[in-house]
Design a protein around this ligand. Structure first.
Ligand SMILES: C[S@@+](CC[C@H](N)C(=O)[O-])C[C@H]1O[C@@H](n2cnc3c(N)ncnc32)[C@H](O)[C@@H]1O
Length: 239
């Protein structure tokens, strides 16, 4: 395996949609934060009553899922070895590239602030390096650009696999993509299933997205024997 690509699919990240910008809970929340209603992320913790009007409301308004999942992925030993790259396919119709060097805010409210800024200025840089980049795009377009040689959709409805077999499957590919749903309830749209070579389940019941991300990454680290190649605080990349 040269690099693992992790895509958070249909991530519940979007700015408050126009149809509910007038709702009192949305206006009050935006005013409290010194922003306009269309400048803030939809967040179920604050916009629950307004969200009742939205289609697919059960899948929306959960930026925390992406936040936790990113913290798991970016903090992993696999990322320290530059063996992982992460994309967010947001339900707003955007794809966000996250540099492996990005140090995300630990505090959720700050993470939301960063995402809101990204919707206004689609590139975040620090010390001359691009850390986050947002552009319009779909999952199909993203996969077309990445050109993976294996596309695995992680889903509780997929084929239940032993963890060791999953590790072998992923690490035997050169540039595998694993796709994890960034939404709280329900299933992927049909198109995501159609774009996958295989849907794999890692546990007989639904787990939270960040748990699935952390286990999948850990299984892949085991399959690559990452922990067996540590010597005096250093990691030996090749055998
Ligand atoms: C919270 S789940 C999505 C909602 C879930 N379908 C439900 O209704 O509770 C978030 C994502 O984690 C992944 N996932 C959850 N359970 C899984 C499992 N048992 N095996 C593999 N992936 C899983 C899938 O990618 C899923 O889209």
């Amino acid at each position: 395996m040269e690099k693992l690509i992790l895509v958070i699919v249909e991530a519940a990240i979007e700015l408050v949609p126009e149809s509910i910008q007038d709702h009192p809970s949305v206006r009050a929340y935006a005013a409290r934060r010194g922003k306009k209603p269309w400048e803030v992320l939809l967040d179920r913790s604050y916009h629950h009553s307004a969200m009742k009007r939205l289609p697919e409301a059960e899948k929306r308004g959960r930026p925390d899922i992406t936040h936790f999942t990113l913290l798991e992925a970016l903090g992993s030993p696999l990322n320290k070895l530059s063996l992982i790259e992460v994309y967010i396919q947001a339900r707003s119709g955007h794809v966000i590239w996250v540099s492996p060097e990005t140090r995300l805010p630990r505090v959720y409210e700050r993470f939301k602030g960063l995402m809101e800024k990204l919707y206004q200025e689609p590139v975040v840089e620090a010390e001359g390096k691009t850390l986050l980049k947002l552009k319009e795009g779909t999952l199909a377009q993203l996969l077309g650009e990445i050109k993976p040689d294996l596309r695995i959709l992680l889903s509780e409805k997929g084929e239940l696999m032993r963890w060791s077999s999953f590790g072998k499957l992923i690490t035997s590919a050169k540039k595998p993509v694993i796709m994890i749903g960034g939404f709280p309830h329900g299933d992927f749209h049909k198109s995501a299933h159609e774009m996958a070579d295989k849907a794999v389940s890692l546990w007989p019941e639904p787990l939270e997205a960040w748990i699935v991300a952390s286990r999948a990454i850990s299984i892949i680290e085991h399959a690559l024997e990452v922990g067996e190649r540590i010597s005096q605080g250093k990691h030996i990349k090749e055998n």
